[in-house]
Ligand binder design. Structure first.
Ligand code: AP5
Ligand code: MG
Length: 217
C-alpha cells in the first residue's frame, strides 16, 4: 500500500505512522525526520534547511522532492510506505504523481487526520522523544509508565525539537493553511481522500485508520 498521512503540525501523523507501519508492514517516510537527519549530518542541504525550519517555514520543493525521489528508489519499500509530512505543496504533489506514474505506481489513499488548530499548540509544546530509540511521548497525553524512563528501551535521556515552541508552531500552522490545505481538494478530486477524526484518543485514531486500510486491501 502507498499512503499519505496529511494533517497540520501536531495532528498525529508521526504517532500514527509508527503504529500503522508495524501492523501493516509498511515503512514510514517522514520528510521532517529526513531533514533533521540532514541537519545532524552537517551537510549543505541540512544547513539550508535548518534556517527555514527554525522559522517554521517550508523547505523548497526542489530540496524536498530531491530527497524523497532518492528514498523512493530503495528496495525496503517493496511492500509499501506511509509518506508523513510529504507532499506539503501542490507542486510536491504533482512531482510525486509523476515519480509514481513513471514506475507504474499510484497512491492507494491519502488519510487526512483532522484536528482543530486550538488543540495543536498544546500537543506540540508537550511533545518529547526518547534520545536513544526515538519513541514519542507527551507531557499530558502519552507519559512513560515510569517517570523519566523510556518504556521501550529504558533510556533516561529525552529530547525536544528546536521548532516545538509556541511562536514557531504558529508559523508552521500558517504554512499549513496557506500551502498544504490546498492538497485536500486536489486529492478529493482524485477520489482517494479519506478524512478521519484526529481529536479522539491515540488508540481510537489508529482504529479509524485501520478501518480505512482494511477497506482498500
Ligand atoms: P515535520 O517534522 O513533518 O513536522 P510537522 O508537519 O509540523 O508535524 P509534526 O511532526 O509536528 O506533527 P505530527 O503530525 O507528526 O504529530 P505527532 O504524531 O508528533 O516537519 C518539520 C519541518 O520540516 C516543517 O516545518 C518544514 O520546515 C520542514 N518540512 C518537512 N517536510 C516538508 C516538506 N514536505 N516540504 C517542505 N518542508 C518540509 O503528535 C504530536 C504530539 O501530540 C505528540 O506528543 C503525541 O504524543 C501527541 N498526540 C498525537 N496524537 C494524539 C491524540 N490523538 N491525542 C492526544 N495527543 C496526541
Ligand atoms: Mg511528525
Amino acid at each position: 500500500m502507498k499512503l499519505i498521512f496529511l494533517g497540520p503540525p501536531g495532528a498525529g501523523k508521526g504517532t500514527q505512522a509508527k503504529r500503522i507501519e508495524q501492523v501493516h508492514n509498511l515503512v514510514q517516510l517522514s520528510t521532517g525526520d529526513m531533514l533533521r537527519a540532514a541537519i545532524a549530518s552537517g551537510s549543505e542541504v541540512g544547513k539550508q534547511a535548518k534556517k527555514v525550519m527554525d522559522g517554521g517555514n517550508l523547505v523548497s520543493d526542489e530540496i524536498v522532492v530531491g530527497i524523497v525521489s532518492e528514498r523512493l528508489k530503495d528496495k525496503d519499500l517493496a511492500n509499501g510506505f506511509i509518506l508523513d509530512g510529504f507532499p506539503r505543496t501542490v507542486g510536491q504533489a504533482k512531482a510525486l504523481d509523476k515519480i509514481l506514474a513513471d514506475s507504474g505506481d499510484a497512491l492507494d489513499a491519502v488519510i487526512q487526520i483532522n484536528v482543530d488548530d486550538e488543540f495543536l499548540v498544546e500537543r506540540i509544546t508537550g511533545r518529547y522523544t526518547c534520545a536513544n530509540c526515538g519513541k514519542g511521548y507527551h507531557d499530558t497525553f502519552e507519559r512513560p509508565k515510569e517517570e523519566g524512563v523510556c518504556d521501550r528501551c529504558g533510556s533516561t535521556a529525552f529530547t525536544r525539537r528546536a521548532d516545538d515552541n509556541p511562536e514557531t508552531v504558529r508559523e508552521r500552522l500558517n504554512a499549513y493553511h496557506a500551502e498544504t490545505a490546498p492538497l485536500l481538494p486536489y486529492y478529493a478530486e482524485k477520489g482517494i481522500l479519506k478524512t478521519i477524526d484526529g481529536m479522539v484518543e491515540i488508540e481510537q485514531v489508529t482504529g479509524q485508520i485501520d478501518e480505512v486500510l482494511n477497506g482498500i486491501k
